[in-house]
Design a protein around this ligand. Structure first.
Ligand code: ADP
Ligand code: MG
Length: 239
């Protein structure tokens, strides 16, 4: 078994008196797609934000290839290759699609001819985005914005791509397409940490999964095993 790329040890997040994440242990190994499942309010976004350096009151360890990143500025965590697609996607709506993508390339991407090649490669994966480069991002539909957010994250050459509920607010056909795309990104070798309420679809593409309930991890294991677990079926799969 390979060493962990990311390992959370006793991670806690609080907001004043509220402890939103209560001492969790989680691992992502190189090349894995890990799903973090849980209901609204379980603490999923807090976990991602703590990894990305966006939670002021987090404690424990966020080990990235064995080095503790907790307490480092968000820019240096991003620079190390931990790239988060936030809930709500964080696209600059007043900028063009092209400018949104160029910002990512400038922030953490290859430059010069390599940058141009990376740009073309990513656009080949997202033909709908390629058609809309000149358009203001604010004019795009929810599904198209999701694609821009994913394209932007991929341009940053993530070592670990973290997604916060990418299927939220999308029409069923686009949900399907999003999960297919994530499966493809995974198949091409990218490590992913996928936060989802859509447990069925997430388990269908994940290697392993963790279930978060009010800040505690209550279940974990191979995705195929969890998909059959009566506790998961009754609570998250509508069984
Ligand atoms: N900035 C914040 N200030 C205070 N409480 C927060 C803040 N962000 C989240 N919380 C609380 O922390 C808990 C976990 O929230 P969150 O991590 O967003 O869960 P999830 O992403 O699973 O829906 C919730 O009870 C939420 O109300
Ligand atoms: Mg959330």
């Amino acid at each position: 078994m390979s060493a962990a790329l990311l390992e959370l040890r006793d991670l806690r997040v609080r907001y004043g008196p509220v402890e939103a994440v209560r001492g969790i242990h989680l691992e992502v190994r190189e090349g894995e797609l890990i799903a973090l499942l849980g209901a609204n309010g379980a603490g999923k976004t807090s976990v991602l934000n703590a990894i990305s350096g966006l939670c002021a009151q987090a404690s424990g360890k966020v080990l990235w290839q064995g080095i503790d990143m907790l307490g480092r500025p968000a820019e240096s965590i991003f620079a190390a290759g931990l790239v988060q697609v936030p809930e709500g996607r964080g696209i600059f709506l007043s900028l063009s699609v092209r400018d949104n993508l160029m910002l990512a390339l400038d922030a953490r991407g290859p430059s010069g001819a390599d940058g141009k090649r990376a740009f073309d490669e990513v656009l080949a994966v997202f033909p709908r985005v390629a058609e809309r480069l000149a358009q203001r991002a604010g004019e795009l539909s929810g599904g198209e914005l999701q694609m821009v957010a994913l394209a932007r994250a991929l341009l940053c050459r993530p070592r670990l791509l973290m997604l916060d509920e990418p299927s939220m607010g999308l029409a069923p056909i686009l949900v399907q397409q999003t999960f297919e795309l994530l499966a493809r990104i995974h198949a091409e070798g990218t490590s992913l940490l996928l936060v989802e309420q859509n447990a069925r679809q997430a388990l269908a593409i994940a290697d392993r999964a963790y279930v978060l309930e009010t800040g505690n991890l209550t279940l974990s294991g191979p995705a195929t095993v969890l998909a059959q677990d009566p506790r998961v079926v009754s609570a998250y799969l509508g069984g």
